[in-house]
Ligand binder design. Sequence first.
Ligand code: F6R
Length: 586
Amino acid sequence: MCGIFGYIGTKQDASTSILEGLKSLEYRGYDSWGIALQKSDGTVHITKHPGKIGDAKAPDIQSSIGIGHTRWATHGAISRENAHPHTDCTGDVVLVHNGIVENFDKLKTELEAKGHTFKSETDSEVIAHLIEEFLTSSQDLGNVMKQTKQAIDGMNAVIVLFPKHQTFYIIKNGSPIVIGKASDGYYIASGASAILPHTKEVYFLEDGESAKLTTDALTIFDKQGQEKQPTFISLPYDAQMATKGDYEYFMLKEIEEQPTVLQTISKSGYEDIQKAATLIKNAHETYLIGCGTASYAALAGTYLFSKIAKRHINHSIGSEFSYLVDFLTDKSLIIPLSQSGETIDTISAVDSAKQKNAQILAITNSIGSTLYRKADTNILLNAGPEKAVASTKAYTAKIAYLYLLAHEMNGSYDKGIDHLDTAIKAISTLIDNQNDIEQIVHGMKDSTSIFVLGRGLSYPAALESALKIKEVSYVHAEGFAAGELKHGVLALVAKGTPIILFNPHDETYEDTISAAYEVRARGGYVIGLSDTNHEAYDEFIHIPDCGDCTVIPNVVVAQLMGYYLALAKGFDPDKPRNLAKSVVVK
Ligand code: F6R
């Protein structure tokens, strides 16, 4: 969703850094963009465009202060007027905003009655006029920003440029804001990876905090408005990891990074896993929560813990969890799973659980993120920056952690590692032979529906696989428990409908073969994934037996299918329509 990038410092080419910063935030999803640059004569140059940045050049302006924004439309159409930055009536207040001002309607009516003229339909512009209004009774910017913070409802992050003072003020109550400290000044962004080319030293602004930045000073104010000493952390990866390198798309790069990511977990995940196992053992009950792909990892966790650790662990979709918290106590353990650590539905779920004093063990990929900061204990996935909208390596990393955690609780950690290592080899083979998958996908490119079937552990894997295929290729894809076929799904199977069938050699094998016969009898085209071929399959993809870890290479096949299907249909797999990487509004 919306992205913010700002710079204040000593170098004169803020324009280029801001444009590059916005480009590196493109993965969040946006539909218009804009930049404001303060010139040496004190005036501000603003450029705004509907659509993508594409080949646009940075404004040819010398400047050492500026803010940029990528907008994901909420209030008002995708247009130049509605793109950020927004200004007040005088031009003395220039701002970019992430979030939603929930009381904007009321504020706008009041401000219009006082003579303010609006140029856009956005809730964001209301903030600029509100600041202008407060400035009529006080020139103390800190005080004005405090009043502004109190006046706007909702989860918001706002950076305000006061050109007359060559100063930024930031208020934050929701959307993420990271401040990077470099030798040439301060960089501000809504995602840490955008700051990486400039510095690794970052401070994540907490909800309720605010900040004042000038060319050479940063002051952080706590929730009560008192100055506080910020503790900067060092990001654990470098700028190179957040670029495409030789790849055309992040999605393929991230798919191919999976063996390395999983190897790191296999080699050095034990300490974290032990810590988490103790928390689960001591808890009265445990809930795994997450949204989208992370919710399917949570569901997989329920199966893994039941099967391997002989322990029931509940799971819930993040946006549903706040309706399930009534029985939680201070003995409950909540495990939010999240790549970004910024998904608002997962964060709200955690907030509801915290109100019941439940313990939080966050499994995220983003050090310093909101979930990371809210948690009592953290496990970092260490998958490196994930920039394609469709989550791949963060998903398999989550499954690997949950799998090893279940084995640790069962006292069979070494067996878990053996299976994980076999799965890593299987993924490497799939990646080496990805042309075979590309070929199979060519036969599917005109299909209007694709179904993915599996039983047991392969059921959540089927759900995740269908999501991966549909979100990047826009082909209707659905995952089903194979046993549900005869309860309704069979009605959807027509001649030639591709059916991806996960059939590991476990307790589900024979029943899944029956499912293959059932769909074939109705004309379905069965693509079987298993360790041995079978006459019930029309197409066969060999996946070696990796025990309960077989679900990992199975999903990697679906990731590759989604990727190649998107390419075959002429879509950009990194930026699926209507979707954003970081879902920070409800
Ligand atoms: C799908 C996808 C989304 C995310 C979901 C949660 O490929 O990426 O479904 O998994 O929005 O995001 P995180 O993991 O950042 O909380």
